[in-house]
Design a binder for this molecule. Structure first.
Ligand code: DC
Length: 219
C-alpha cells in the first residue's frame, strides 16, 4: 500500500505556519491538520467546565472525549461553532500550559493520526515532524522574529474583533515560546532533516512557494 504523504510545518506561535499550511494544502488538494486547534479546543473546554489547568487526568479525559468537526474553516465543538472563540489570546495561553502535560498530549495522538488520509496531509503544529509524523517526506520548520510575529498576531486579533495591545502581545509570545521550547515532552524544535524557513521578511505567497518548491511527490 502506498504511504500517504505528509508535509509537516512546525514553528512558534504566530509564525504564519497556519496560513502557509492551509495554502499549501489547498494547492496540493491535501487535507489539513491544525494541531494547535486541538490543544486550544481542550483548553477552551477546560476553561468552560472550570477544570483546573493543572488537573492532568481530568484534562486528558476532556481531550480524549472532544467531539470535534472541522468543516473547512469552521470548527465545531459538540455541534457549536467555536472557530473564533478558540483564537482568543487567553485560550492560546491556556493551550500552551496544558500542552506541557504528557497525558493530554497522548490523549490527542490517535486523533491526529486519523487525519492522515489520501491523497495527503499538511500538518501544522509544534511536534508534527518530531513526534506525530516522523516519517513525513517533507518537514518544514517555520520561524519569524518575535517582533514580526507580534505584529501579525496583533493584526489577526484586531481583524477578528478582539482587542489587542502590542506590549502585552510581545510579552505573551516570549513567555509562550519559552514554555513551548523548554517543556520536557515534545518541545518545539526542528525535526531531523527539517528545512528551515525564516519568514520575518517574507510574504505568505513567498513562503508558500518555497514549501511547494521543496515538495517532490513520490513517483
Ligand atoms: O499553534 P497554536 O498557537 O494554535 O497552538 C496553541 C498551543 O498549543 C501552543 O502554544 C502549544 C500547543 N501546541 C502543541 O503543544 N503542540 C502542537 N502540535 C500544536 C500546539
Amino acid at each position: 500500500m502506498p504511504t500517504i504523504p505528509v508535509i509537516t510545518i512546525d514553528g512558534p506561535t504566530a509564525s504564519g505556519k497556519g496560513t502557509v499550511a492551509s495554502r499549501v494544502a489547498s494547492h496540493l488538494g491535501f487535507g489539513l491538520l491544525d494541531s494547535g486547534a486541538l490543544y486550544r479546543l481542550t483548553a477552551f473546554s477546560a476553561l468552560e467546565a472550570n477544570v483546573e489547568l493543572t488537573n492532568e487526568s481530568a484534562l486528558a479525559d476532556l481531550a480524549g472525549k472532544l467531539d470535534i468537526h472541522f468543516e473547512g474553516e469552521r470548527i465545531l465543538l459538540s455541534g457549536r461553532e467555536v472557530s473564533n472563540d478558540i483564537r482568543a489570546e487567553a485560550v492560546g495561553v491556556a493551550a500552551s500550559k496544558i500542552a506541557t502535560l504528557a497525558k493530554v498530549r497522548s490523549a490527542l495522538v490517535t486523533l491526529q493520526h486519523d487525519f492522515r488520509r489520501m491523497p495527503g496531509l499538511v500538518a501544522d503544529g509544534r511536534d508534527m515532524g518530531t513526534v506525530i509524523f516522523p516519517d513525513a517526506p517533507l518537514k518544514v520548520f517555520l520561524t519569524a522574529s518575535v517582533e514580526a510575529r507580534a505584529e501579525r498576531r496583533y493584526k489577526q486579533l484586531i481583524g477578528k474583533g478582539f482587542s489587542a495591545n502590542m506590549a502585552n502581545l510581545l510579552q505573551d509570545l516570549r513567555e509562550r515560546d519559552e514554555r513551548d521550547t523548554q517543556r520536557v515532552i515534545a518541545p518545539l524544535k526542528p525535526a531531523e532533516g527539517a528545512k528551515l524557513l525564516d519568514t520575518s521578511h517574507m510574504s505568505i505567497d513567498q513562503a508558500v512557494e518555497q514549501v511547494l518548491g521543496w515538495y517532490h511527490p513520490a513517483p
